[in-house]
Design a protein around this ligand. Structure first.
Ligand code: ADP
Length: 585
């Protein structure tokens, strides 16, 4: 990623073109909005002219004309308000379409990022971009357009002043330059303070969310007092940084206000001088005086446009970094399509390493037949989960081939691979939705009958019925109202409704109580013979029902057979089994 300070106007233009593509269909609203801006520009430019005429006619005692001028101003002001309202509607129509399309694209691209890259980045990197940056990107684009049109009006007014009085024009230009420098200096100083404040508020919200998540432990640890004290310290720091920023901002606001007052006085004196010298009529002087507000805003506007452009470019660079995928590589798939696989899995001399020169799998060979139930066992760190990661295509072998139904998985398209297998991990992610939604999210057209059937097979149906809202019970964040075993059984049901032929099951290492373990074993038993099931078994007592057991050690398959066969001939298997028996005692 280019650093913030290296992003230039070329990048802004490039990102504007890219952003525009995301709401091309809604461009009519953008066009209406731009036309509205031009009309608003025009009205803003003429209102001071009419009010000046009003004052002149009033001083000349021409009351009829005063009434006409007043009515005209009233009509202009009213139409200005209506046009502004309608224009805002166009603004928001375009804004929502743009934000939605960019957010959807970003979400779909984030889901394609390789597992490696996701592991290397904190989730905040992506949530910030999906939430804040997309909103900023769309919001700032439109805000900048609004500011630019206003700036054009102001420059139009400045040009008319040039023709009305050269001296006053020079005074205005001088004022613009001085206030621009003041604004620039002020915004640099405020930006510095804002950066410090942003860092501090990130820390504070991190601390708050940690406190909420760890609430239960804080209570049990009886550590409320120290956490409240720490909260106080964090809030004090936050207040101090906030105060530093606010006071700086107010100091510069005071300076800006004083400069504007000075401009008023200078214009009045210059005007009087010009009138005495017969270089200006009173009428023209009043017109110029009425316009001074817009002129005073030029430098402020210019500075905020530059700020908006910078913020837009930064937000866009962060968003397109994910979409374009240079910084965050995406998963790649082949083009061979298999509708429904039979369930053959084959590893042919597979090598793999997460980090260079640190091989984890060292020439794995294995064959699994359709509808077979095979357990993979071995010491912790032997490479069992890595085998699963490779079958699911979350990582790619550095050497060798993995085949499903005799086709190298590198050649399979995404649906053929991921649509034909499900993984039930040790700690499956349960979404913060109802049980029903947790199941329908993976299968849109799921019928009630199939859902109940899957839950029965997963030995979860009776439990669900015992809940107050049954299948419509909300399970909370991460399935918090469910026990570890229930979460795993819900994940089993989720895999079953997907109706994938291959099921990869990573048994929970955390010691589940005997009854839960038994329920899970029963659900696996109900699936046996109907699916190709691969189980990472952490407890050897649970592998007895498998058709076959594969023993893995140090990234290699060192033996395979039935429980009894391995117990008889393999010393490592025997050792692991005895170790487990000892632990159970
Ligand atoms: P098992 O499932 O047999 O306990 P794993 O397949 O999880 O073993 O891990 C095998 C080895 O790979 C371990 O040494 C582990 O530390 C390492 N490992 C696992 N995941 C990663 C990763 N994402 N990055 C780097 N090393 C990893």
């Amino acid at each position: 990623m280019k650093k913030e300070e290296n992003l230039g106007f070329k990048d802004t233009w490039r990102y504007l073109k890219k952003t525009y593509k995301y709401a091309k269909k809604e461009r009519k609203y953008l066009i209406f909005f731009l036309i509205g801006c031009i009309v608003i520009c025009g009205i803003e430019a003429v209102i001071p002219l009419f009010s000046a005429r009003q004052i002149i006619t009033l001083t000349n005692g021409l009351f009829d004309q005063v009434i006409i001028a007043t009515l005209l101003i009233f009509l202009l002001e009213m139409s200005f308000n209506v046009i502004r309202f309608v224009n805002n509607v166009f603004f928001w129509k375009y804004f929502y379409a743009l934000r939605k399309n960019i957010q959807l694209k970003l979400v779909s691209e984030t889901l394609k990022i390789t597992t490696d890259t996701l592991n290397q980045n904190s989730s905040g990197v992506f949530t910030e971009r999906i939430g804040n940056d997309t909103s900023n990107l769309a919001n700032i684009t439109l805000q900048a357009i609004d500011q630019i049109t206003y700036l054009i009006t102001c420059f139009g007014i400045l040009t008319s002043i040039f023709f009305l009085s050269k001296i006053i024009f020079v005074a205005f230009v001088f004022y613009i330059l001085v206030t621009y420098l003041e604004q620039k200096y002020a915004s640099e100083k405020i930006q510095e303070k804002r950066k410090i404040l942003r860092k501090m508020s990130e820390k504070a919200s991190g601390f708050a969310s940690e406190m909420v998540r760890g609430c239960k432990d804080i209570k049990v640890l009886n550590a409320e007092k120290s956490f409240i004290q720490k909260s106080g310290e964090v809030v004090d720091r936050l207040n101090q940084d906030g105060w530093n920023m606010d006071i700086t901002r107010h100091k510069f606001r005071l300076l800006g206000g004083s400069l504007s007052d000075l401009l008023d006085i200078a214009i009045v004196f210059l005007g009087i001088y010009c009138i005495i010298q017969n270089k200006l009529t009173i009428a023209t002087m009043i017109i110029i005086f009425n316009y001074r507000g817009s002129i005073a805003n030029i430098s402020y506007n210019f500075e905020s446009i530059l700020e908006s452009i910078k913020s837009f470019t930064l937000a866009a660079s962060r968003v397109f970094e994910v979409i374009d995928g240079k910084e965050f590589p995406k998963e790649t798939f082949g083009s061979t399509h298999l509708d429904k696989v039979k369930g053959n899995i084959e590893f042919k001399n597979v090598y793999f390493e997460y980090e260079q020169d640190n091989p984890i799998l060292k020439g794995i060979n294995l064959k699994i037949k359709p509808n077979e139930t095979v357990s993979i066992v071995g010491r912790s760190g032997a490479g069992k989960s890595t085998i699963f990661n490779l079958i699911a295509g979350l990582y790619h072998p550095t050497q060798g081939k993995i085949k499903i139904d005799h086709v190298n998985i590198e050649e399979l398209d995404k649906d053929s691979l991921r649509g034909n297998l499900s993984i039930i991990s040790q700690n499956p992610y349960i979404f913060n939705m109802s049980i029903r939604d947790n199941l329908t999210i993976v299968k849109k057209d799921l019928t009630e009958e199939k859902m109940v059937e899957a839950c029965k097979m997963a030995h979860l149906h009776d439990f669900i019925l015992s809940l107050k809202d049954g299948y419509d019970t909300y399970v909370g964040e991460g399935g918090v109202i469910l026990s570890g075993g229930e979460r795993q059984r819900l994940a089993i049901a989720r895999a079953l409704v997907q109706e994938t032929e291959i099921i990869l099951f990573d048994e929970a290492t955390s010691s589940l109580d005997n009854e839960t373990q038994h329920e899970i074993q029963e659900s696996i038993k109900s699936m046996q013979g109907k699916y190709t099931i691969l189980i990472i078994a952490h407890r050897l007592s649970t592998v007895i029902n498998s058709d076959r057991i594969i023993l893995v050690d140090d990234g290699k398959v060192i033996d395979e057979g039935s429980h009894q066969e391995l117990l008889k001939r393999n010393s490592l298997y025997k050792h692991l089994y005895e170790l487990e028996l000892k632990e159970e005692k």
